[in-house]
Design a protein around this ligand. Structure first.
Ligand SMILES: Nc1ncnc2c1ncn2[C@@H]1O[C@H](COP(=O)(O)OP(=O)(O)OP(=O)(O)O)[C@@H](O)[C@H]1O
Ligand SMILES: [Mg+2]
Length: 312
């Protein structure tokens, strides 16, 4: 038992236990505990001011915790800041800009900071500008970039050291729909390469398809198993759209299948995709004119909405 626990701790690329940090009288993070495994994407979700950025800054080794334990790629940011810096890619919620540098100069400088030769740094920078579709901006100053272009440069910058751990604070902010889809694809690819990715975002519907796991935060605390159970429960909700709701109600009632009668359509619970297929076949056999059948929206969003309203 003990051995299993130890293995879980050491294999996590990022782990935080009981982490806390105050600014004067404001307790920004009261008690945060989370783990991110290599090759997975974890979402950090919570209302404005709940402490997401403060927690990420501590994980990135940019802010000292008052209490708690943090390990990033096996290193403790308090004692081995250099190892943590080498292991992580940090994408802040706003790119601190060096306005007069070009995009390629910005990335080259970053690469030099990671001990790449100028040539290597330029090569890698140019390749990453291609990845984030900014190749044509390589020689333009960063100050001319739009907000979304700055976000994309910020992604490239976070990848300059080919980090094992990627911390992204609201990466979808300011991105247009195509760039959001590309971000999603890129994040999945990075996870497939084995990177551990922690991403905070308010765009919950998009996170659904991007993440393997979610950590919810409220008032400086990470929420545990109870909220994970809510996410699992939300994933089992399937909405049925029909041309004849009365018939559907009658058929479900007759079949003794529990359902929620919601304005947007009836919702049933299914244990798995196989169950869903069976339920749909059964509805068809009863001649219910179903025109839509699928998960009842974003599980993360539904779970978020059940959290106590507490923006600050
Ligand atoms: N440097 C600071 N000095 C004083 N208070 C701070 C500082 N940084 C954060 N705080 C406070 O700590 C709390 C948590 O802030 P944080 O930025 O971590 O929240 P967040 O979850 O990232 O919010 P958002 O979703 O708006 O980005 C807030 O009440 C904020 O005002
Ligand atoms: Mg924030």
């Amino acid at each position: 038992m003990v051995a299993t626990t130890t293995a879980a701790v050491t294999t996590a690329a990022v782990s935080a236990r009981g982490v806390a940090r105050s600014f004067g009288s404001v307790q920004a993070v009261a008690n945060a505990t989370l783990e991110v495994q290599p090759g997975t994407v974890t979402a950090l979700i919570g209302p404005n001011g709940c402490g997401k950025t403060t927690l990420m800054l501590m994980l990135a080794g940019l802010l000292r915790p008052d209490a708690g334990e943090i390990r990033v790629a096996g290193a403790d940011p308090r004692h081995d800041a250099a190892a943590v810096r080498d292991a992580i890619g940090w994408m802040p919620d706003q790119l601190g800009s060096w306005d007069n540098l070009t995009c390629l100069q910005t990335l080259t400088l970053m690469g030099r900071g990671f001990r790449l030769s100028t040539h290597e740094a330029r090569e890698r920078g140019a390749a990453l500008l291609g990845t984030v579709h900014l190749a044509e901006f390589a020689d333009r100053p960063t100050r001319v970039l739009s907000r979304g272009q700055k976000q994309r440069l910020s992604i490239a910058r976070a990848l300059m050291n080919d980090p094992a751990v990627l911390l992204m604070d609201e990466p979808a902010n300011g991105l247009d729909p195509r760039s959001r889809v590309e971000l999603r694809t890129l994040v999945r690819e990075l996870a497939a390469e084995g990177k551990a990715v922690l991403v905070s975002s308010h765009v919950l519907a998009e996170l659904d398809e991007m993440v393997d796991d979610a950590v919810f935060m409220s008032k400086g605390r990470t929420l545990g198993d109870e909220i994970a159970a809510k996410v699992a429960d939300a994933k089992t909700r399937y909405r049925i759209g029909t041309l004849d709701d009365d018939l559907l109600r009658a058929v479900l009632t007759e079949g003794q299948i529990a359902f929620d009668d919601e304005p947007a359509g009836m919702v049933i619970r299914v244990g798995s995709e196989a169950d869903a297929a069976q339920a749909l076949a059964w509805l068809m056999s009863k001649n219910v004119p179903v025109h839509r059948f699928g998960p009842a929206g974003s599980a993360l969003e539904q779970t978020y909405m059940t959290m106590e309203e507490e923006r600050r």
